[in-house]
Ligand binder design. Structure first.
Ligand SMILES: NC(=O)c1ccc[n+]([C@@H]2O[C@H](COP(=O)([O-])OP(=O)(O)OC[C@H]3O[C@@H](n4cnc5c(N)ncnc54)[C@H](O)[C@@H]3O)[C@@H](O)[C@H]2O)c1
Length: 344
């Protein structure tokens, strides 16, 4: 068991809370830095220390790095609502890019050697291939995706100049919740397909869900005329517990002097929006009314990963990412927490 101390920035969020738990289970000490802007105090495991603050606060960061011997930083903190980013581009660049530069600068001053970054499939933009490998051209179509690609570029430059090694992990659609039911997904508003279907199903059944989730008792399907088998968009869903596992493996890789890497994390299987709605109906036993809407701008018809590189390099082997398990674990959590973490 290791007694290394890790800093998890954004550890009170959906993916960060799952990852912090896994790190603790593997014997690491975890400090969580989070401003709780979209995260939840209740999502931070008791064994982790929560520091409430902003990742752009250089004085706070320097203080943390002076007081703790931190061997690696995980960086989950970001504004991450794709559709919001074109309306608030500067806020996205400030939070996701400028503040990450402050974090990296503080790490450099204290010679923290390893950085694990939450990147995204949104860096690819409109794909020109059915299955995306890491060498597919990057051409993001919104400020959110561009902010992540800018951080990737910043990391590459920083690693050239400094004693820093990093992993940029390009997640596809994170989904599912902790199979033991401790942590879940609680975004307000909720913009992700699977929780929208499941919260919508609860609302349809007459259960009071959190109003800030902003989910109606039906599901909207944006675009039914895409060039896909049933006309709806196709996405790659990866279970959050499998994502957490990949972070642990990336940490081990970097701590064993492995080279910096950029890799996809996806299940390598595409499901259409309609297929997801049908699978959810099988799990919940409820058919949610569907409202068909026109396409949204800049929505690729199909986004499916090749994760061959992650599997080969890290020995990653997703175990929970079949669609049924993803939906079942989410459903159990939402049924138990229809109003999210704070039941008020
Ligand atoms: N959820 C997905 O499907 C998905 C897909 C691809 C990439 N990502 C990336 O993964 C990361 C985590 O996503 P998530 O769904 O867990 O999001 P989330 O909103 O649940 O978690 C983000 C956390 O960061 C914190 N935070 C934000 N800005 C901060 C700041 N300035 N200082 C301190 N803390 C701050 C929030 O309070 C929150 O706890 C994000 O970087 C996101 O862009 C997510």
């Amino acid at each position: 068991m290791s007694q290394e101390t890790l800093l998890v920035v954004g550890g009170a969020g959906y993916i960060g809370s799952h990852c912090t738990t896994l790190l603790l289970e593997h014997g690491y000490n975890a400090l969580v830095l989070d401003d709780l802007s979209t995260g939840h105090r209740e999502a931070v495991p008791e064994e982790a220390s929560l520091i409430i603050g902003d990742l752009g606060d250089a004085a706070l960061l320097n203080n943390i790095f002076e007081r703790h011997d931190i061997s690696a930083v995980f960086h989950f903190a970001a504004l991450a609502i794709v559709s919001e980013s074109p309306r608030q581009p500067l806020t996205y660049y400030e939070n996701n890019v400028a503040k990450t530069a402050v974090l990296l600068q503080a790490m450099a001053s204290h010679e923290v050697p390893c950085f694990i970054f939450s990147s995204t499939a949104a860096v690819y933009g409109e794909p020109s291939a059915d299955v995306l490998t890491e060498d597919h051209p990057t051409s993001p179509v919104n400020p959110y995706g561009r902010s992540k690609l800018m951080v990737e570029a910043m990391l590459s430059d920083a690693a050239e100049a400094l004693a820093l090694r990093y992993a940029s992990l390009r997640y596809f659609n994170a989904a599912g919740t902790d199979p033991s039911g401790r942590w879940g997904e609680d975004h307000r508003p909720e913009t992700h397909l699977i929780p929208r279907i499941l919260l919508g199903t609860l609302a349809h059944q007459g259960v009071a869900i959190h109003p800030a989730a902003d989910v109606p008792p039906w599901i909207e399907v944006y675009g039914t005329d895409y060039d896909t088998p049933d006309g709806t968009c196709v996405r790659d869903f990866i279970h959050v517990t499998d994502l957490a596992e990949a972070h642990l493996l990336a940490l081990r890789h970097l701590r064993q002097e492995g080279e910096s890497l950029v890799c996809n994390l996806g299940s390598e299987t595409g499901f259409s929006v309609r297929q997801v709605i049908e699978a959810a109906a099988r799990v919940t036993g409820t058919s949610l009314p569907v409202q068909e809407k026109p396409r949204r701008p800049n929505e690729p018809s199909r986004l499916v990963a090749s994760a061959a590189f992650s599997r080969r390099l890290l020995g990653w082997n997703p175990r929970f990412s079949d669609l049924e398990t993803i939906i079942q674990t989410s459903w159990e959590w939402h049924k138990a927490h229809p109003r999210g973490y704070a039941q008020s």
